[in-house]
Design a protein around this ligand. Structure first.
Ligand code: PLP
Length: 391
C-alpha cells in the first residue's frame, strides 16, 4: 500500500502541473469515521459546513457518514441538495444566512429541510412564505450566547457588536414561539472546554425557552478530529444535554471534516535576494492560502523548519504584485533550486472555497487521491476562469 502510494505520487508529479490542492480520501475518511463515532455514541447528528469544505467530488464518501450539509445561502444550499443529497436521500440541508433576500427565499425554502433566521425580524418577515412553500421545513433562530473564547476577532462570532445571531436583550418572545429549534455558533478551532463554557451561559440565559424545542444546533468550530480533542467528554455532554432537555442535537463542523486531509503543491519559480534569499512560488498566499494572511497563521511546509532551525532559510512568497503576499520564512536542509517542489500541509479547508483570481493568477487544480492510491485531477482552471468572472 505504502509503496503504491509513493509510486503514484511520483507519477503524479510528472503529470499534474502545480499549483494544485491534493485531498487524500484515506485521510478524509479517517476524519469522517471519528465524526461518525461521535454521532453513534452521542446520538447527535453531524452535518458538513460547506463554507469550510466543499469539494463535492468527495461527497459520495462524505455522505456515507454525515447526515447532511449546512449552507450559508442559496448557492451552498443548491450544492448540498444537488451534489450531496443524491448520495443519501435522507440527508438534510440546513440553510442559514445573516440575512435572506426576498428574491432567494422561495428557492431556499424549496430545497432546505431547516431554515435558520438570524433575527426575529427576518423570521417574522419570511416565516409564512417559507412554510407555505415547504410545510415540513424546520424553523430555527440563531442566538448569540455572548460567550466566546475564539482566539481571533475576525473569527469570533460572539465578539463585540457581532451581527451574527440574536442576543438575549434582542430576543422576541413572539418569534420564539414559532421556532422548532435554536442554533448557535460560537467557537473556532476549539476543544470541548470552550463548548462547555458556552453551554453553561446558554442554559442560564436561554433554557427557559427550551421547553418546546425539537432541536438545538451547536454550530461549528469543534476541533473534533484534531489530536488531543476530548471526544469522550463531548459525547458525555451531548448525551446529558439531549436527555435533560429532550432535544435532538446537531453539530456542523467544517474545519474538522477537512482537517489535515491534504496539501497545496507549488513550485519554486525563482530565487531573489534582498538581505535574505526569497523564493517566488507559482502560487499565492493572498489568493490560494487566504487564512495565512487573514488569521494570520503559519502553514507547515513539508520537510522544512522554522527560520534558522535548518541550515538554509528562505522567505517564501507568492507570484502576485502584492508586497504582503508572503507565506512566511522557512528553513531547509539543502539550498532551494528553481523547479523544487514546496508542499504546504493542511490546505484543504478554507482554501479553495475562498480562492480568488487576483492578479490573474492561475487557480490551483483540485486533485483527489483515491483510497487505492490512484490520483485523479478532478478540476483544472484556465484563463477562462479568470475572464468569466470579469467583463
Ligand atoms: C463557519 C460556520 C460553521 C463551521 O465552522 P468550522 O469552524 O469550520 O467548524 C458552522 N456553522 C456556522 C453558522 C458557521 O458560520
Amino acid at each position: 500500500m505504502a509503496d503504491r502510494r509513493v509510486r503514484s505520487l511520483v507519477a503524479m508529479h510528472k503529470h499534474v502541473q502545480t499549483p494544485y490542492y491534493l485531498c487524500e480520501e484515506r485521510l478524509l475518511e479517517k476524519n469522517l469515521k471519528i465524526l461518525d463515532d461521535v454521532q453513534s455514541r452521542s446520538g447527535a447528528k453531524i452535518i458538513l459546513a460547506l463554507k469550510g469544505f466543499a469539494m463535492w467530488s468527495t461527497f459520495e464518501l462524505v455522505a456515507k457518514y454525515l447526515k447532511g450539509c449546512t449552507a450559508s445561502g442559496l448557492y451552498e444550499a443548491r450544492l448540498a441538495r444537488e451534489e450531496f443529497c443524491k448520495f443519501n436521500p435522507d440527508a438534510e440541508v440546513h440553510t442559514y444566512s445573516p440575512a435572506f433576500k426576498e428574491s432567494d427565499i422561495v428557492q431556499i425554502a424549496k430545497i432546505s429541510d431547516h431554515i435558520v433566521f438570524n433575527s426575529p425580524n427576518q423570521l417574522k418577515r419570511f416565516l409564512w412564505k417559507v412554510k407555505e412553500i415547504n410545510p415540513k421545513i424546520q424553523i430555527s433562530l440563531r442566538i448569540n450566547p455572548e460567550v466566546s473564547s475564539s482566539p481571533k476577532d475576525i473569527y469570533n462570532p460572539c465578539g463585540l457588536y457581532s451581527r451574527l445571531g440574536t442576543t438575549l436583550a434582542n430576543l422576541d418572545e413572539e418569534a420564539l414561539k414559532k421556532v422548532d429549534g435554536l442554533n448557535f455558533h460560537a467557537l473556532c478551532e476549539q476543544n470541548v472546554d470552550a463548548l462547555e463554557a458556552v453551554l453553561k451561559v446558554l442554559e442560564k440565559n436561554f433554557s427557559k425557552y427550551f421547553e418546546n424545542l425539537k432541536f438545538l444546533n451547536f454550530g461549528g468550530g469543534h476541533h473534533i478530529t484534531k489530536k488531543g480533542y476530548d471526544i469522550e467528554r463531548l459525547i458525555w455532554i451531548i448525551k446529558e444535554f439531549r436527555e435533560k432537555y429532550d432535544v435532538e442535537v446537531y453539530l456542523e463542523p467544517g474545519e474538522a471534516v477537512g482537517w489535515q486531509t491534504g496539501y497545496l503543491a507549488t513550485t519554486v519559480l525563482d530565487i531573489v535576494e534582498n538581505d535574505m534569499p526569497i523564493a517566488i512560488l507559482d502560487s499565492s498566499a493572498e489568493a490560494h492560502m487566504p487564512d495565512t494572511l487573514a488569521m494570520p497563521y503559519r502553514a507547515e511546509v513539508r520537510g522544512a523548519g522554522k527560520p534558522n532551525e535548518k541550515k538554509y532559510t528562505y522567505r517564501l512568497g507568492g507570484n502576485t504584485c502584492l508586497a504582503g503576499d508572503i507565506m512566511g520564512d522557512y528553513s531547509f536542509d539543502a539550498p532551494l533550486k528553481v523547479g523544487d517542489s514546496i508542499i504546504f500541509e493542511d490546505q484543504i479547508h478554507y482554501t479553495f472555497v475562498k480562492n480568488t483570481t487576483f492578479n490573474g493568477i492561475k487557480l490551483p487544480s483540485l486533485v483527489l487521491q483515491k483510497e487505492d492510491g490512484r490520483v485523479e485531477v478532478v478540476k483544472e482552471f484556465g484563463y477562462e476562469a479568470y475572464r468569466d468572472r470579469l467583463s
